[in-house]
Design a protein around this ligand. Sequence first.
Ligand code: ATP
Length: 297
Amino acid sequence: MDTFNADAGAGAPLHSVAASRAALTADSLASLTGEHAALPLLVVTKASPSTNSELLEALAVEPDAWPHMSALVADHQTAGRGRAGREWLTPEGAALTVSYVLRPRLPRERWGLVPLVVGLAAVKTMRSVGIEASLKWPNDVVVNCADETEGGVKGDIAGWGSMRKIAGILCEVYEDAVVAGIGVNVSQTRAELPVPHATSMAMVGVRLLDRALLLDALSRQLAAEINSAEADPDAFVAELASVTCTLGRQVLVERTGASPLTGVAEGIGADGSLTVRTAAGEAVAVTAGDVRLRGAT
Ligand code: ATP
């Protein structure tokens, strides 16, 4: 299955790891901006410590220069960040590392949906090339590798079960904008991934590893998902729930400033929160936290 279902105009799709790792340049990505393209502005950089940090700095200097859905992509991210000061590690050329400026037309109390919008866009983009991806609330795109021989480390991993992380999302608010960063593991081998619970598109058997096509498809999907969330947030949340593998599972949630919570992840709220039903029967809405999967119920 080779479809990103998008014409990035970047020539024939690339199927080899070597071709996938050829440098992304402004020239090679020129067709991703313009009248019928998803991105009003795309800045391409050879290397960036963190596309989120660089975009946040650029926004602070010149906020009006970055319209909704403008983006910064780095061929190589050298000091990528996760939540809570964690690292996002990717070797040169092997991943897609991009940050978008989003200006959501959602009430502030619903901005918790934004990382999930990015997550749903990434899940659907992965599914368009045949990867049975799902969302691990709130910011991980995962693949169930239970039956895979090449998906990575076999068997259950504490907190992850058979799920392996193929992409991570980091959203940071700057005034009336959100800088939404995503790192997708494209062509890494097992030895090139930093943690056992990670996988890449190549490792789960995808042949189409063209990073330009991936960026185009992801950007178009993101624009579509933002529109859906803005137009009908309740329908958006319902669709989101249908691809969230956290739901229906026993979870342990580690929360900053609060005691850990265990229970069954039951649903997603209108504000993007995760509802966890405790053993005592109480429904707790979690807005931020690390979720460990404890097996299916
Ligand atoms: P967790 O992954 O433990 O649930 P998290 O979702 O908050 O936490 P992030 O902050 O989004 O994680 O990402 C940082 C974490 O992701 C790192 O601590 C590391 O465990 C993992 N990680 C780092 N680089 C990669 C990568 N290329 N692919 C998959 N996982 C990675």
